[in-house]
Design a protein around this ligand. Structure first.
Ligand SMILES: [Zn+2]
Ligand SMILES: [Zn+2]
Length: 342
């Protein structure tokens, strides 16, 4: 099969790779759509500390079951599916409780092991979810980032009716978070970015205030909008020190700051006393998704509670993977989500 391999940072090759055999309890999925994630951009640049090169990137995968192994009872050839790309042990303290994103041996397809920038993947039956017939493959490939946003907003952020929320960064995750916190009943949502076209999409998707941080101070505006108090919850969906500082400053005492952005440079310097201790802030990480999040994400897209269509800006053939990655790095004004079609 054709596969796009990242040999070393910034060195991608289209290569021919032998297809993996389908073992007991496994299914082979013919990939119909796979998204390029912001974390793939980090991996491409050599800035993802979790990545193990060489690797086939890609973890936002939808496709069609092409072959099933022995013992598979819930899938048939021809089924339309989405893949939950987490390889977990299934036995540790966290896995047993359904918090498999905290598995002591967690591996993510396309990061620690080969992913979906290729024609076929072989996965355990437990990793596939049925793609409802009302949804396209492109929408199917949006389930993974939607599940991560559901996890961040609901399980980690615990958004409640009437709360004020700041979403820092309006890439795919920010724009999905926006729609989810609105659906949860947030009454005021501020969204920031440095790209005007993305802020336009945010406004169209229901943001109450959009802030171009090149021109305006988001902390000042967040405080103004909340009577000087600060927002109840801030989501850091960029992965930069300066943005984390904004989140800490604009959140009210006793509020929550949720980190969902990936930090290419993970060491940051913050004033713990002023920003966390004195304010009794709660700061939480939000990593991928756990039990139930994928089902919820599929349902939200199927019922059109979440509109992924404005985010889907490009569809390219697998051969143009590098072009897609560069579009997302260099042309943020045009590209939000780039999908590849093997
Ligand atoms: Zn991702
Ligand atoms: Zn585990």
């Amino acid at each position: 099969m054709r596969a796009v391999l990242l040999l070393s940072p910034e060195k991608l090759v289209l290569t021919e790779k032998e297809e993996e055999p389908v073992g007991h309890g496994e299914v082979k999925v013919a990939i119909r759509a796979v998204g390029i994630c912001g974390s793939d951009l980090h991996t491409f640049k050599g800035l993802n500390p979790n990545a193990r090169l060489p690797v086939i990137m890609g973890h936002e995968i939808a496709g069609e079951v092409a072959e099933i192994g022995g013992g598979v009872i819930g899938a048939e050839v021809g089924d339309r599916v989405v893949i939950e790309p987490l390889l977990r042990c299934g036995k540790c303290f966290h896995c047993v409780r359904g918090d498999y994103n905290r598995c002591t041996d967690l591996k993510i397809m396309g990061v620690h092991s080969d992913g979906g920038f290729c024609e076929y993947v072989v996965v355990k039956e437990s990793m596939i979810y049925e793609l409802p017939k009302e949804m396209t493959y492109a929408e199917g490939a949006m389930v993974e980032p939607t599940a991560a946003s559901v996890h961040a907003a609901i399980k980690r952020g615990r958004i409640d009716l009437g709360e004020s929320v700041a979403i820092l960064g309006s890439g795919t995750i920010g724009l999905l978070l926006l729609q989810i916190v609105k659906a949860c009943g947030a009454s005021f949502v501020l969204v920031t970015d440095v790209v005007e076209s993305r802020l336009k999409v945010a406004r169209r998707l229901g943001a109450d205030l959009v802030v171009d941080v090149r021109e305006e101070d988001p902390v000042k505006l967040a405080l103004e909008q909340t009577g000087g108090l600060g927002v109840d919850v801030a989501f850091e969906a960029v992965g930069k020190e300066v943005v984390l500082k904004q989140a800490l400053q604009m959140t009210r005492a006793g509020g929550r700051v949720i980190i969902i952005g990936i930090y290419g440079r993970p060491s940051v310097k913050i004033d713990v006393m002023k920003t966390i201790f004195n304010k009794e802030l709660v700061m939480k990480g939000s990593r991928v998704y756990s039990s139930g999040d994928f089902d919820r994400a599929i349902d939200l897209i199927r019922r059109r509670e979440i509109n992924v269509e404005p985010l889907l800006t490009h569809l390219l053939p697998l051969e143009e993977t590098e072009k897609g990655i560069k579009l997302m790095i260099e042309h943020k004004e045009k590209a939000i989500k780039v999908h590849l079609k093997p």
